[in-house]
Design a protein around this ligand. Structure first.
Ligand code: ZN
Length: 76
């Protein structure tokens, strides 16, 4: 895969879990295809992926409800 930033071959897709917002607004998205480039160190989402994430945020009612364990660092 060609990197969009440096134009070199070698960029790879890694599936990550992304969390957006917090508290009652927390949204967890699993298996987000993040692209990592070992040449320039960039990690980025394709426009298509970013668009899909936007769509998930807008259509929350259609999303799967799961109870999750949330850990938080103490700010003090
Ligand atoms: Zn690159």
């Amino acid at each position: 895969m060609i990197c969009e930033f440096c134009g070199k071959e070698g960029a790879r897709v890694r599936r990550i879990t992304e969390s957006l917002g917090k508290g009652a607004k927390l949204l967890v998205i699993e298996d987000v295809p993040m692209i990592f480039c070992p040449n320039c160190g960039q990690s980025y989402l394709t426009a298509e992926t970013a668009h899909q994430i936007d769509a998930f945020r807008r259509s929350r009612k259609k999303l799967e409800k799961r109870s999750v364990d949330v850990a938080r660092f103490d700010l003090r």
